[in-house]
Write a protein of this length. Structure first.
Length: 535
């Protein structure tokens, strides 16, 4: 491959490769963009539906426990549990407590979701307490009962009016002044117990095991690379599927800064102000759904009962679908990345073969162009191409007022060489003359084989008659040098050379050709093997 061919091939290869790559990139980018948009739309619809389901589940569970707390308050009021307080009749007191214990044990055993069910007098003393442990409901002995007057939930519950239920914040259970191990996420529901005269006599408190609530939340997850979180009004995690160590950080001095706001600092405003909505970032999609009480409204009111407070149940469910962890986002992107690599490889192959094909066409066209302009044997211009060049040079000389000299060369007795030594010897004679012309006039000169043993050359650029005579004489000397035309056969060739010199506007193609031809025949008439240049 020549330098010119390599340059042609390289240019076509790079251009074709670039076009194919851009086409593949545009196709894959368009498809990937559409598929990514579809995946994001599906994520938003999926997360919206999931969080609404989680919200309904939480509100259903909490609402059920609130109702059961109010029901227990009514039952204990009907069973007159308060009569056991300061009752001097030991038999009557024992009967009342036994009846109440049996009721509460049955309820705890059947429900299996209450860590504790207690009845406290107005001084905070536990009168009855049922613990649920290892799948069994047990009555706590009188000697192990505690005073809870100092606990915040008792103080809140003591202020309740009739038909009011208090719901505590969701936190970890504390026993004997310390967080109970293993951790027990707990919500305490409290309702007042009144006597027949409408006097408040005590408080019934249910400790709901929130682990069951969390287990229910996990059931709704699709294991799809999305993190689900439940946060309280202060932004602390009550549930964090992917980072459980950050749950209930507000109860530990060394974890006070572990909030949803610290994890998503750029989304603080949306997290605080959004009741229900979705937000897309560069890294993922966040969905927010409020749960429980919102402002002055609460979903936990029923019949004539209502919550005394709304703040403790003002939670938010937050999901964050991180694109890097979602298979429905990563898979299309990785697939398109693979397809793009295949596209680049395919572009290389196609560009290579197309560039090779274009190079072959280019070489064929060059070959056809060469054969149409040049004599196959001598590599000089053929008659038609030479006359075209002559016409162009004459027009240029007329415009620029420069000179031209047309020289004709004709081998003497060439037919005898062909007849005696064969056409192969004649071909070598013609090649010998062409090489002599290139040596004298240079490869850039306009030279041609007009047919048979006739040759021509154009001298330009203000050449005068003496210069033309000198060049032609030198050519004749080279032509006369012996040349081997066959094995052990060397011949000396003679030629008749004639030329005509013209200048500027006086140059005329027909006149130039006619007078140059006449000068050549004049040389033949005068004995051949000579040079005649006419000015």
């Amino acid at each position: 491959m020549t330098t010119s061919d390599f340059k042609f091939f390289s240019t076509r290869f790079v251009a074709t490769f670039a076009i194919f790559v851009m086409v593949f990139f545009a196709i894959f980018y368009y498809d990937a963009t559409n598929e990514l948009a579809t995946s994001k739309s599906n994520i938003k619809a999926e997360q919206k539906a999931l969080l609404e389901g989680k919200k309904d589940y939480i509100e259903s569970v909490i609402g059920s426990v609130v109702k059961e707390t109010a029901l227990l308050a009514d039952l204990l009021s009907q069973q007159e549990v308060y009569l056991a307080e300061n009752n001097p009749d030991l038999t009557s007191k024992t009967a009342i407590l036994s009846r109440v214990n049996n009721t509460l044990v049955s309820m705890s055993q059947r429900k299996e979701i209450y860590d504790q069910i207690r009845y406290l007098d107005l001084n905070g003393n536990e009168v009855v307490r049922i613990n649920f442990k290892d799948g069994r409901a047990n009555v706590v002995a009188h000697t192990q009962l505690q005073n809870k007057a100092h606990r915040y939930y008792f103080e809140k519950a003591k202020q309740l009016d009739c038909n009011q239920v208090y719901v505590s914040p969701l936190d970890l259970n504390i026993e004997h002044g310390a967080i109970e191990l293993p951790y027990k996420p707990t919500i305490r529901m409290a309702a007042p117990v009144f006597d027949q005269q409408g006097n408040k006599r005590g408080i019934v408190i249910i400790n709901y095991l929130a682990d069951y609530l969390m287990d229910g939340l996990r059931l709704f997850n699709l294991n799809s690379g999305t993190n689900y979180m439940l946060v309280n009004r202060d932004g602390y995690y009550l549930f964090n599927e992917q980072q459980p160590e950050s749950e209930f950080a507000f109860m530990f001095d060394d974890k006070k800064d572990l909030t949803v706001y610290s994890q998503f600092p750029s989304m603080v405003k949306q997290l605080k102000q959004t009741v229900s909505g979705q937000f897309e970032t560069a890294d993922g999609i966040m969905t927010i759904e409020s749960v429980g009480s919102s402002g002055n409204e609460t979903p936990y009111c029923f019949q004539d009962s209502l919550l005394s407070n709304n703040d403790t149940t003002a939670w938010k469910i937050v999901s964050y679908a991180e694109f890097d962890k979602r298979l429905d986002v990563k898979h299309p992107l990785s697939l398109h990345d693979t397809l793009m690599r295949i596209g680049v490889l395919l572009s290389l192959i196609l560009a290579y073969f197309m560039a090779r094909y274009q190079l072959r066409l280019h070489q064929d066209n060059q070959r056809i162009h060469y054969l149409a302009r040049y004599d196959f044997l001598t590599k000089l211009l053929n008659r038609g191409a030479f006359q075209t060049e002559l016409e162009s040079l004459i027009q240029s000389a007329r415009k620029t007022r420069t000179s031209l000299c047309l020289i004709y060369i004709d081998l003497d007795d060439f037919k005898g060489i062909n007849d005696q030594f064969g056409h192969a010897a004649g071909d070598k004679a013609l090649i010998h003359v062409a090489q002599a012309m290139q040596h004298v006039f240079g490869e850039q000169a306009i030279m041609g084989r007009l047919g048979g043993d006739e040759f021509a050359v154009i001298l330009q650029d203000n050449t005068n008659g003496k210069d033309a005579q000198c060049h032609a004489s030198t050519l004749l000397e080279l032509v006369q040098q012996p040349t081997e035309v066959a094995r052990n056969v060397c011949l000396q060739f003679n030629a008749s050379i004639g030329g005509y010199f013209c200048c500027g506007e006086k140059c005329d193609q027909e006149e130039l050709m006619h007078k140059a031809d006449s000068a050549m025949y004049q040389a033949k008439k005068e004995g051949k093997n000579r040079v005649i240049i006419v000015e």
